[in-house]
Design a protein around this ligand. Structure first.
Ligand code: C2O
Ligand code: CU
Ligand code: CU
Length: 458
Protein backbone atom coordinates (compact mmCIF):
# COMPACT_ATOMS: atom_id res chain seq x y z
CA UNK A 1 0.00 0.00 0.00
CA UNK A 2 2.24 2.75 1.27
CA UNK A 3 4.96 1.75 -1.20
CA UNK A 4 8.14 3.73 -0.78
CA UNK A 5 7.12 5.47 2.42
CA UNK A 6 9.75 3.72 4.48
CA UNK A 7 12.52 4.93 2.22
CA UNK A 8 11.08 8.39 2.05
CA UNK A 9 10.85 8.62 5.82
CA UNK A 10 14.53 7.70 6.07
CA UNK A 11 15.30 10.67 3.89
CA UNK A 12 13.30 12.99 6.06
CA UNK A 13 14.23 11.94 9.56
CA UNK A 14 17.89 12.98 9.42
CA UNK A 15 17.27 16.59 10.43
CA UNK A 16 13.69 16.21 11.46
CA UNK A 17 13.82 18.02 14.75
CA UNK A 18 15.19 21.28 13.42
CA UNK A 19 12.73 24.02 14.21
CA UNK A 20 10.87 26.16 11.73
CA UNK A 21 12.74 29.28 10.82
CA UNK A 22 12.58 32.10 13.29
CA UNK A 23 9.56 34.30 13.60
CA UNK A 24 11.73 37.40 13.58
CA UNK A 25 10.04 38.40 10.37
CA UNK A 26 6.36 39.03 10.86
CA UNK A 27 3.69 37.85 8.47
CA UNK A 28 2.90 41.26 7.09
CA UNK A 29 2.70 40.31 3.46
CA UNK A 30 -0.55 39.11 1.95
CA UNK A 31 -0.37 35.71 0.26
CA UNK A 32 0.01 36.63 -3.40
CA UNK A 33 -2.22 35.05 -6.02
CA UNK A 34 -0.74 35.16 -9.53
CA UNK A 35 -2.95 37.10 -11.98
CA UNK A 36 -5.34 34.91 -13.97
CA UNK A 37 -5.37 34.94 -17.78
CA UNK A 38 -8.35 33.29 -19.46
CA UNK A 39 -8.09 34.14 -23.12
CA UNK A 40 -7.66 32.11 -26.25
CA UNK A 41 -4.86 34.40 -27.40
CA UNK A 42 -2.43 35.59 -24.77
CA UNK A 43 0.95 37.24 -24.43
CA UNK A 44 3.84 36.25 -22.21
CA UNK A 45 7.00 38.33 -21.90
CA UNK A 46 10.10 36.71 -20.40
CA UNK A 47 11.86 39.48 -18.58
CA UNK A 48 14.38 40.29 -15.89
CA UNK A 49 13.36 41.82 -12.59
CA UNK A 50 14.00 41.99 -8.88
CA UNK A 51 12.32 40.30 -5.94
CA UNK A 52 12.27 42.13 -2.62
CA UNK A 53 12.28 39.92 0.43
CA UNK A 54 12.58 41.30 3.97
CA UNK A 55 16.26 40.29 3.94
CA UNK A 56 17.32 41.74 0.61
CA UNK A 57 16.61 42.21 -3.05
CA UNK A 58 17.44 39.44 -5.51
CA UNK A 59 17.82 39.65 -9.25
CA UNK A 60 15.18 37.48 -10.85
CA UNK A 61 13.35 36.53 -14.03
CA UNK A 62 9.62 36.34 -14.57
CA UNK A 63 6.79 36.19 -17.09
CA UNK A 64 5.02 39.57 -17.46
CA UNK A 65 6.56 40.62 -14.15
CA UNK A 66 9.50 40.31 -11.79
CA UNK A 67 9.03 36.76 -10.54
CA UNK A 68 6.88 33.77 -11.59
CA UNK A 69 4.12 34.27 -14.15
CA UNK A 70 0.37 34.57 -14.56
CA UNK A 71 -1.89 31.56 -14.16
CA UNK A 72 -3.25 30.51 -17.53
CA UNK A 73 -6.69 28.87 -17.36
CA UNK A 74 -8.20 27.20 -20.42
CA UNK A 75 -10.89 24.65 -21.17
CA UNK A 76 -10.74 21.36 -23.00
CA UNK A 77 -11.18 21.82 -26.79
CA UNK A 78 -10.13 25.50 -26.65
CA UNK A 79 -7.82 26.60 -29.43
CA UNK A 80 -5.07 28.54 -27.67
CA UNK A 81 -2.51 30.90 -29.23
CA UNK A 82 0.35 32.17 -27.13
CA UNK A 83 2.86 34.88 -28.08
CA UNK A 84 6.02 34.59 -26.01
CA UNK A 85 8.53 37.38 -26.27
CA UNK A 86 12.03 36.80 -24.94
CA UNK A 87 13.41 39.93 -23.29
CA UNK A 88 15.96 38.03 -21.19
CA UNK A 89 18.96 38.90 -23.39
CA UNK A 90 19.76 35.19 -23.58
CA UNK A 91 18.29 32.10 -25.20
CA UNK A 92 15.47 30.28 -23.48
CA UNK A 93 12.39 28.16 -24.19
CA UNK A 94 8.95 27.70 -22.62
CA UNK A 95 7.68 24.18 -22.04
CA UNK A 96 4.10 23.26 -21.06
CA UNK A 97 4.71 20.64 -18.40
CA UNK A 98 2.03 17.96 -18.60
CA UNK A 99 0.33 19.28 -21.71
CA UNK A 100 -0.43 16.95 -24.60
CA UNK A 101 0.59 19.01 -27.66
CA UNK A 102 2.43 18.52 -30.98
CA UNK A 103 6.20 18.26 -30.44
CA UNK A 104 6.92 21.49 -32.32
CA UNK A 105 4.92 23.40 -29.69
CA UNK A 106 6.12 21.44 -26.65
CA UNK A 107 8.75 24.07 -25.84
CA UNK A 108 11.55 21.62 -25.16
CA UNK A 109 15.22 22.34 -25.83
CA UNK A 110 14.67 22.33 -29.62
CA UNK A 111 12.27 25.29 -29.59
CA UNK A 112 14.80 27.98 -28.66
CA UNK A 113 13.50 31.55 -28.43
CA UNK A 114 16.37 33.92 -29.13
CA UNK A 115 16.63 37.30 -27.43
CA UNK A 116 14.11 39.70 -28.95
CA UNK A 117 12.22 36.93 -30.73
CA UNK A 118 8.56 36.06 -30.31
CA UNK A 119 7.62 32.37 -30.36
CA UNK A 120 3.99 31.63 -31.24
CA UNK A 121 2.85 28.16 -30.26
CA UNK A 122 -0.80 27.33 -30.90
CA UNK A 123 -2.67 24.18 -30.03
CA UNK A 124 -6.01 22.65 -29.15
CA UNK A 125 -6.44 21.63 -25.53
CA UNK A 126 -6.80 17.91 -25.94
CA UNK A 127 -6.90 16.43 -22.44
CA UNK A 128 -9.03 16.49 -19.32
CA UNK A 129 -8.98 18.91 -16.39
CA UNK A 130 -5.62 19.20 -14.65
CA UNK A 131 -3.19 21.47 -12.83
CA UNK A 132 -0.19 21.82 -15.13
CA UNK A 133 2.59 24.37 -15.22
CA UNK A 134 5.01 26.06 -17.61
CA UNK A 135 8.72 26.76 -17.33
CA UNK A 136 11.86 27.13 -19.51
CA UNK A 137 13.65 24.05 -20.87
CA UNK A 138 16.82 25.51 -22.38
CA UNK A 139 19.65 22.96 -22.72
CA UNK A 140 21.87 23.29 -19.66
CA UNK A 141 19.95 26.34 -18.40
CA UNK A 142 16.65 24.98 -17.16
CA UNK A 143 17.72 24.93 -13.51
CA UNK A 144 18.97 28.52 -13.57
CA UNK A 145 15.98 29.94 -15.41
CA UNK A 146 13.45 28.21 -13.17
CA UNK A 147 15.41 29.13 -10.05
CA UNK A 148 15.39 32.80 -11.01
CA UNK A 149 11.60 32.72 -11.23
CA UNK A 150 10.42 31.57 -14.65
CA UNK A 151 7.45 29.37 -13.80
CA UNK A 152 3.68 29.64 -13.84
CA UNK A 153 0.54 27.57 -13.49
CA UNK A 154 -1.47 26.24 -16.45
CA UNK A 155 -4.95 25.05 -15.47
CA UNK A 156 -7.27 23.02 -17.65
CA UNK A 157 -10.99 22.71 -16.93
CA UNK A 158 -13.52 20.53 -18.72
CA UNK A 159 -17.27 19.86 -18.52
CA UNK A 160 -16.68 17.24 -15.86
CA UNK A 161 -14.53 19.43 -13.61
CA UNK A 162 -16.94 22.35 -14.00
CA UNK A 163 -19.88 20.12 -12.99
CA UNK A 164 -18.22 19.00 -9.75
CA UNK A 165 -19.32 20.57 -6.49
CA UNK A 166 -15.84 21.61 -5.39
CA UNK A 167 -14.26 25.04 -4.96
CA UNK A 168 -13.49 26.62 -8.33
CA UNK A 169 -13.40 30.38 -7.83
CA UNK A 170 -9.83 31.36 -8.57
CA UNK A 171 -8.23 33.36 -5.77
CA UNK A 172 -11.37 33.05 -3.64
CA UNK A 173 -11.64 29.39 -2.71
CA UNK A 174 -9.35 27.84 -5.34
CA UNK A 175 -5.69 28.80 -4.96
CA UNK A 176 -2.51 27.93 -6.83
CA UNK A 177 0.36 27.31 -4.40
CA UNK A 178 3.81 27.34 -5.96
CA UNK A 179 6.29 26.13 -3.34
CA UNK A 180 9.95 26.93 -3.83
CA UNK A 181 12.94 26.89 -1.53
CA UNK A 182 15.58 29.52 -2.13
CA UNK A 183 19.07 29.86 -0.68
CA UNK A 184 19.76 33.27 0.77
CA UNK A 185 23.37 34.33 1.22
CA UNK A 186 24.67 36.63 3.94
CA UNK A 187 23.43 39.65 2.00
CA UNK A 188 19.93 38.19 2.07
CA UNK A 189 19.74 37.57 -1.66
CA UNK A 190 19.55 34.41 -3.76
CA UNK A 191 21.61 33.73 -6.82
CA UNK A 192 22.19 30.60 -8.86
CA UNK A 193 25.75 29.41 -8.24
CA UNK A 194 25.72 25.64 -7.81
CA UNK A 195 28.84 23.77 -6.74
CA UNK A 196 29.48 20.06 -7.08
CA UNK A 197 27.57 19.02 -3.92
CA UNK A 198 24.61 21.12 -5.09
CA UNK A 199 24.58 19.30 -8.39
CA UNK A 200 24.66 15.93 -6.60
CA UNK A 201 22.16 16.70 -3.84
CA UNK A 202 20.27 19.56 -5.44
CA UNK A 203 20.39 23.30 -4.99
CA UNK A 204 18.31 23.26 -1.85
CA UNK A 205 17.40 26.42 0.04
CA UNK A 206 17.24 27.87 3.52
CA UNK A 207 13.95 29.75 3.10
CA UNK A 208 10.60 28.89 1.53
CA UNK A 209 8.58 30.99 -0.87
CA UNK A 210 4.91 30.45 -1.65
CA UNK A 211 3.85 32.11 -4.91
CA UNK A 212 7.07 34.12 -4.64
CA UNK A 213 6.45 35.50 -1.16
CA UNK A 214 8.25 34.81 2.08
CA UNK A 215 6.10 34.28 5.18
CA UNK A 216 2.89 35.64 3.73
CA UNK A 217 -0.57 35.39 5.27
CA UNK A 218 -3.74 34.17 3.62
CA UNK A 219 -6.88 35.38 5.36
CA UNK A 220 -9.96 33.28 4.67
CA UNK A 221 -13.57 32.98 5.73
CA UNK A 222 -14.89 29.68 7.09
CA UNK A 223 -15.52 27.08 4.42
CA UNK A 224 -13.90 24.56 2.10
CA UNK A 225 -10.82 25.49 0.10
CA UNK A 226 -8.90 23.95 -2.76
CA UNK A 227 -5.12 24.32 -2.96
CA UNK A 228 -3.35 23.34 -6.15
CA UNK A 229 0.11 22.50 -4.85
CA UNK A 230 3.19 22.53 -7.07
CA UNK A 231 6.65 21.57 -5.90
CA UNK A 232 8.34 24.31 -7.92
CA UNK A 233 11.76 23.73 -6.41
CA UNK A 234 14.82 22.80 -8.42
CA UNK A 235 15.80 19.66 -6.56
CA UNK A 236 14.14 19.47 -3.17
CA UNK A 237 11.94 16.70 -1.95
CA UNK A 238 9.17 18.27 0.14
CA UNK A 239 6.94 16.87 2.82
CA UNK A 240 3.83 19.04 3.05
CA UNK A 241 1.63 19.23 6.14
CA UNK A 242 -0.19 21.76 8.32
CA UNK A 243 1.24 23.11 11.56
CA UNK A 244 -1.69 21.67 13.53
CA UNK A 245 -1.43 18.33 11.64
CA UNK A 246 -4.96 18.82 10.37
CA UNK A 247 -6.19 16.26 7.82
CA UNK A 248 -6.98 17.18 4.24
CA UNK A 249 -8.32 15.39 1.16
CA UNK A 250 -6.18 14.83 -1.91
CA UNK A 251 -8.35 14.93 -5.03
CA UNK A 252 -5.93 15.19 -7.96
CA UNK A 253 -2.38 14.37 -8.99
CA UNK A 254 -0.27 15.71 -11.90
CA UNK A 255 -2.63 15.05 -14.78
CA UNK A 256 -6.04 15.29 -13.14
CA UNK A 257 -8.45 13.74 -10.67
CA UNK A 258 -7.58 10.61 -8.71
CA UNK A 259 -9.89 7.60 -9.05
CA UNK A 260 -10.48 7.88 -5.31
CA UNK A 261 -9.71 10.80 -3.05
CA UNK A 262 -7.22 10.23 -0.24
CA UNK A 263 -7.46 11.53 3.34
CA UNK A 264 -4.07 12.24 4.84
CA UNK A 265 -2.16 14.76 6.92
CA UNK A 266 1.05 14.86 4.89
CA UNK A 267 2.20 14.55 1.31
CA UNK A 268 5.59 13.92 -0.24
CA UNK A 269 6.21 15.87 -3.44
CA UNK A 270 9.21 15.73 -5.73
CA UNK A 271 10.14 18.64 -8.02
CA UNK A 272 7.55 19.24 -10.72
CA UNK A 273 4.82 17.13 -9.12
CA UNK A 274 1.37 18.54 -8.34
CA UNK A 275 -1.40 17.53 -5.97
CA UNK A 276 -4.74 19.24 -5.45
CA UNK A 277 -6.14 19.16 -1.93
CA UNK A 278 -9.42 20.14 -0.25
CA UNK A 279 -9.37 21.46 3.27
CA UNK A 280 -12.06 22.75 5.65
CA UNK A 281 -11.73 25.70 8.01
CA UNK A 282 -14.60 25.74 10.47
CA UNK A 283 -13.79 28.35 13.11
CA UNK A 284 -11.64 31.35 13.92
CA UNK A 285 -8.23 29.77 13.86
CA UNK A 286 -4.70 29.96 12.60
CA UNK A 287 -2.57 27.39 10.88
CA UNK A 288 0.38 27.30 8.53
CA UNK A 289 1.32 25.19 5.57
CA UNK A 290 4.59 23.51 6.49
CA UNK A 291 7.16 22.38 4.00
CA UNK A 292 9.86 20.08 5.24
CA UNK A 293 12.83 19.77 2.91
CA UNK A 294 14.28 16.25 2.88
CA UNK A 295 17.64 16.44 4.60
CA UNK A 296 16.87 20.02 5.67
CA UNK A 297 14.56 22.10 7.81
CA UNK A 298 10.84 22.51 8.32
CA UNK A 299 9.58 25.84 7.02
CA UNK A 300 6.31 27.67 7.30
CA UNK A 301 5.54 28.25 3.65
CA UNK A 302 2.65 30.59 4.47
CA UNK A 303 0.26 31.33 7.24
CA UNK A 304 -3.53 30.89 7.13
CA UNK A 305 -5.79 33.08 9.27
CA UNK A 306 -9.44 32.04 9.37
CA UNK A 307 -11.81 34.86 10.32
CA UNK A 308 -15.45 34.66 11.34
CA UNK A 309 -16.93 35.42 7.93
CA UNK A 310 -18.75 32.57 6.21
CA UNK A 311 -17.72 31.14 2.88
CA UNK A 312 -19.08 28.07 1.14
CA UNK A 313 -18.70 24.49 2.37
CA UNK A 314 -18.40 21.52 0.01
CA UNK A 315 -18.60 17.83 0.70
CA UNK A 316 -15.27 16.25 -0.28
CA UNK A 317 -15.99 13.87 -3.18
CA UNK A 318 -14.92 10.28 -2.57
CA UNK A 319 -14.27 9.29 -6.15
CA UNK A 320 -13.86 10.75 -9.61
CA UNK A 321 -14.00 9.67 -13.21
CA UNK A 322 -10.59 8.39 -14.21
CA UNK A 323 -9.67 5.80 -16.77
CA UNK A 324 -6.20 4.40 -16.16
CA UNK A 325 -3.93 3.84 -19.15
CA UNK A 326 -4.83 0.39 -20.52
CA UNK A 327 -2.06 -1.22 -22.50
CA UNK A 328 -2.62 -3.06 -25.73
CA UNK A 329 -1.37 -6.64 -25.76
CA UNK A 330 1.53 -5.72 -28.05
CA UNK A 331 2.93 -3.10 -25.67
CA UNK A 332 6.63 -2.37 -26.17
CA UNK A 333 8.72 -2.92 -23.06
CA UNK A 334 11.65 -0.66 -22.18
CA UNK A 335 13.89 -0.10 -19.18
CA UNK A 336 15.40 3.20 -18.06
CA UNK A 337 18.31 2.96 -15.67
CA UNK A 338 18.96 6.24 -13.87
CA UNK A 339 22.47 6.38 -12.61
CA UNK A 340 24.65 8.83 -10.78
CA UNK A 341 28.32 8.11 -11.38
CA UNK A 342 29.60 10.82 -9.04
CA UNK A 343 31.29 14.14 -9.83
CA UNK A 344 28.03 15.51 -11.19
CA UNK A 345 27.71 12.92 -13.93
CA UNK A 346 24.19 11.65 -14.48
CA UNK A 347 23.15 9.01 -16.96
CA UNK A 348 20.07 7.27 -18.27
CA UNK A 349 20.92 3.87 -19.73
CA UNK A 350 24.59 4.85 -19.73
CA UNK A 351 24.02 7.94 -21.86
CA UNK A 352 23.96 11.65 -21.23
CA UNK A 353 21.63 13.96 -23.11
CA UNK A 354 22.64 14.99 -26.61
CA UNK A 355 20.37 17.09 -28.80
CA UNK A 356 21.87 15.30 -31.80
CA UNK A 357 20.86 11.81 -30.71
CA UNK A 358 17.36 10.35 -30.69
CA UNK A 359 17.48 7.68 -27.99
CA UNK A 360 14.61 5.64 -29.38
CA UNK A 361 11.62 5.91 -31.65
CA UNK A 362 8.11 4.66 -31.16
CA UNK A 363 4.90 4.57 -33.13
CA UNK A 364 1.95 6.84 -32.73
CA UNK A 365 -1.03 4.89 -31.36
CA UNK A 366 1.23 2.42 -29.60
CA UNK A 367 1.32 1.17 -26.02
CA UNK A 368 4.50 1.07 -23.96
CA UNK A 369 5.39 -0.34 -20.56
CA UNK A 370 8.45 1.32 -19.06
CA UNK A 371 10.47 0.26 -16.04
CA UNK A 372 12.38 3.05 -14.35
CA UNK A 373 15.22 2.07 -12.04
CA UNK A 374 17.17 4.28 -9.72
CA UNK A 375 20.47 2.45 -9.91
CA UNK A 376 22.05 4.41 -7.09
CA UNK A 377 24.43 2.27 -5.07
CA UNK A 378 26.51 2.95 -2.00
CA UNK A 379 26.39 5.90 0.36
CA UNK A 380 27.50 8.58 -2.08
CA UNK A 381 25.22 7.40 -4.86
CA UNK A 382 22.15 7.26 -2.67
CA UNK A 383 20.30 10.06 -4.40
CA UNK A 384 16.60 10.25 -5.26
CA UNK A 385 15.62 10.90 -8.85
CA UNK A 386 12.34 11.44 -10.59
CA UNK A 387 11.17 10.54 -14.04
CA UNK A 388 9.16 12.94 -16.16
CA UNK A 389 7.84 12.23 -19.65
CA UNK A 390 6.66 14.85 -22.13
CA UNK A 391 3.63 14.40 -24.41
CA UNK A 392 1.46 12.02 -22.40
CA UNK A 393 0.15 11.38 -18.92
CA UNK A 394 0.95 7.87 -17.68
CA UNK A 395 -0.35 5.41 -15.08
CA UNK A 396 1.95 4.02 -12.43
CA UNK A 397 1.60 0.23 -12.60
CA UNK A 398 3.83 -0.80 -9.73
CA UNK A 399 6.47 0.39 -7.28
CA UNK A 400 8.99 -2.34 -6.45
CA UNK A 401 6.52 -4.89 -7.76
CA UNK A 402 3.75 -3.71 -5.44
CA UNK A 403 0.59 -1.69 -5.88
CA UNK A 404 1.55 1.99 -6.22
CA UNK A 405 -0.94 3.08 -3.56
CA UNK A 406 -3.83 5.56 -3.80
CA UNK A 407 -1.79 8.74 -4.30
CA UNK A 408 -0.10 7.23 -7.35
CA UNK A 409 -3.27 5.75 -8.84
CA UNK A 410 -4.24 8.77 -10.94
CA UNK A 411 -2.78 10.44 -14.01
CA UNK A 412 0.91 11.28 -13.61
CA UNK A 413 3.63 12.89 -15.68
CA UNK A 414 6.37 12.89 -13.05
CA UNK A 415 7.19 10.16 -10.56
CA UNK A 416 9.66 10.02 -7.69
CA UNK A 417 12.18 7.17 -7.92
CA UNK A 418 13.97 6.58 -4.64
CA UNK A 419 17.40 4.86 -4.51
CA UNK A 420 17.12 1.21 -5.45
CA UNK A 421 13.50 1.53 -6.54
CA UNK A 422 11.92 0.08 -9.68
CA UNK A 423 8.79 1.73 -10.98
CA UNK A 424 6.64 0.53 -13.87
CA UNK A 425 4.58 3.00 -15.86
CA UNK A 426 2.07 2.48 -18.66
CA UNK A 427 1.87 4.92 -21.56
CA UNK A 428 -0.33 5.20 -24.63
CA UNK A 429 0.99 7.47 -27.35
CA UNK A 430 -1.50 9.10 -29.67
CA UNK A 431 -2.39 12.13 -31.77
CA UNK A 432 1.03 13.71 -32.32
CA UNK A 433 4.40 12.92 -33.81
CA UNK A 434 7.80 14.47 -33.23
CA UNK A 435 10.60 14.67 -30.69
CA UNK A 436 9.84 14.73 -26.97
CA UNK A 437 11.99 14.58 -23.83
CA UNK A 438 12.12 12.32 -20.80
CA UNK A 439 14.29 13.25 -17.87
CA UNK A 440 14.90 13.52 -14.16
CA UNK A 441 13.00 16.57 -12.86
CA UNK A 442 15.66 17.30 -10.27
CA UNK A 443 16.77 20.19 -12.46
CA UNK A 444 20.46 20.04 -11.60
CA UNK A 445 20.46 16.39 -12.68
CA UNK A 446 18.56 17.22 -15.87
CA UNK A 447 21.02 19.95 -16.81
CA UNK A 448 23.93 17.58 -16.12
CA UNK A 449 22.76 15.05 -18.64
CA UNK A 450 19.98 12.98 -17.04
CA UNK A 451 17.68 13.43 -20.03
CA UNK A 452 16.97 11.75 -23.32
CA UNK A 453 14.68 12.15 -26.30
CA UNK A 454 12.31 9.90 -28.18
CA UNK A 455 10.65 10.47 -31.50
CA UNK A 456 7.05 9.52 -32.11
CA UNK A 457 6.71 8.35 -35.71
CA UNK A 458 3.53 8.23 -37.81
CU1 C2O B 1 8.82 20.25 -16.28
CU2 C2O B 1 10.80 18.47 -19.33
O1 C2O B 1 9.85 19.42 -17.82
CU1 CU C 1 7.45 18.47 -19.09
CU1 CU D 1 17.94 12.91 -10.64
Amino acid sequence: MKNNLYFIILFFTVHMVSATDSDAVSYSKTFPVPPLIQKSELNLVMQRGTLSLPMGQSRTMGFNGDYLGPTIRVSKDDFVKINIENKLMENSTVHWHGLHVPAEYDGGPHQVIRPGEIWKPEFVINQSAATLWYHPHMMGKTAEHVYKGLAGMFLIEDDYSKSLKIPQSYGINDFPVILQDRRLDRKGVFEYRPRLPDIMHGYTGNIMLANGAYKSSLELGQGTYRFRLLNGSNSSLFRISFSDSRPFTVIASDGGFLPESVKTDSLVMSPGERFEILIDFTMNEKTALLTEIAGGDVHEAFNIIVNSSKNEYFRHPESFDYKPVLLKSDAVIRTFRMENRGMGNFFINGKQMSLKRIDFTLKKNSSELWTIENAGMGMMMNIPHSFHVHDVQFSVVSVNGRDPGPLYSGPKDTVLVMPGERIEIALNFKDYTGIYMYHCHFLEHEDEGMMGQFEVLE
